[in-house]
Ligand binder design. Structure first.
Ligand code: SAH
Length: 259
């Protein structure tokens, strides 16, 4: 069943109005007709199975058949902090990490970031990234749409470290500490997970640009409270590293399988 996020105010007690791009998608891309069922969410944990009643130029009107409170959100909140990569790789990162379960993205500029940061393009880019997150969240039936911050500098990123339970900076030259070691020590035990006594941990994963981090950046991140970790002996591309780390975190928190 196709899923759509609609603003809260369009979510009535019995019916839901779907307008704009989503209505276009339902009518002209999916070619759904009255009688077809879809899933609609307000992005704040209200989710309903609805049946389409009417399609018109004003949009789609749908009747609520069943409210669902099925929560597909992970028990760990992962933020991907990504040094701006070249081309449209950030789009891929947002799309894939949303599928895997990340809740927040923080693009940043570091010393070896090669793309020219253009503040004039920022609003447009954020809008595009938001759309990608929304579509990926719909695709993977998430309950919430991940949020994306405007690009920031390295100092601003580090000033956020303190509000996380764990900050992992991924560094290909790290030889001592493996991602697994830190996650095994940090994540809840099997018993805690079964008892659901786990508090929602907030973890930030910091990934460098194509050219990697400088040793000073690693040093300053560790001073600011981050743990420097290796993702193994192979060098991953900038766009692969976040997805891989995010999947490992989900696995360690029991999020890759079961219900
Ligand atoms: N230019 C560097 C590689 C950068 S890879 C070089 O050739 O040595 C881009 C980013 O992905 C890195 O900054 C790091 O954050 C992450 N990364 C890639 N492979 C990694 C690994 N094996 N362990 C930890 N981090 C890795």
């Amino acid at each position: 069943m196709q899923k759509y996020f609609v603003p809260s105010e369009q979510f009535g007690d019995e019916s839901i109005q779907i307008t704009g791009n989503d209505a276009h998608h339902i009518m002209n891309v999916m070619r759904l007709k009255p009688g077809a069922e879809i899933l609609v969410s307000d992005g704040e944990k209200r989710e309903a199975v609805v049946v389409i009643e009417q399609c018109s130029a004003d949009g789609v009107e749908a009747r609520i058949v069943e409210m669902r409170d099925f929560d597909r959100e992970p028990s760990v909140q992962v933020t991907i902090a990504q040094s701006l990569p070249k081309g449209d790789k950030m789009e891929l990162i947002i799309q894939k990490c949303t599928e895997i379960g990340a809740v927040h993205f923080m693009p940043f500029v570091s010393e070896r970031t090669v793309v020219q940061y253009d503040s004039k393009k920022e609003a447009k880019r954020l809008e595009r990234w938001g759309k990608i997150a929304k579509e990926a969240a719909e695709q993977s039936h998430r309950n919430v749409v991940p949020t994306i911050e405007a690009s920031m500098n390295w100092k601003a990123l580090m000033s956020q470290f303190a509000s996380y339970d764990l900050v992992l900076i991924c560094y290909e030259d790290e030889r001592g500490t493996m991602l697994r070691d830190v996650l095994e020590a940090f994540a809840p035990t099997e018993g805690d997970m079964q008892n659901r006594t786990v508090k929602q941990a907030r973890i930030m994963v910091v990934i460098g640009p194509e050219g990697g981090f400088t040793s000073q950046e690693i040093h300053s991140a560790v001073e600011a409270g981050a743990r420097c970790v290796s993702l193994g002996r192979r060098i991953l591309r900038a766009e692969t590293a976040g997805m891989a780390a995010c999947a490992c975190i989900m696995y360690q928190f029991g999020e890759m399988g079961g219900m």
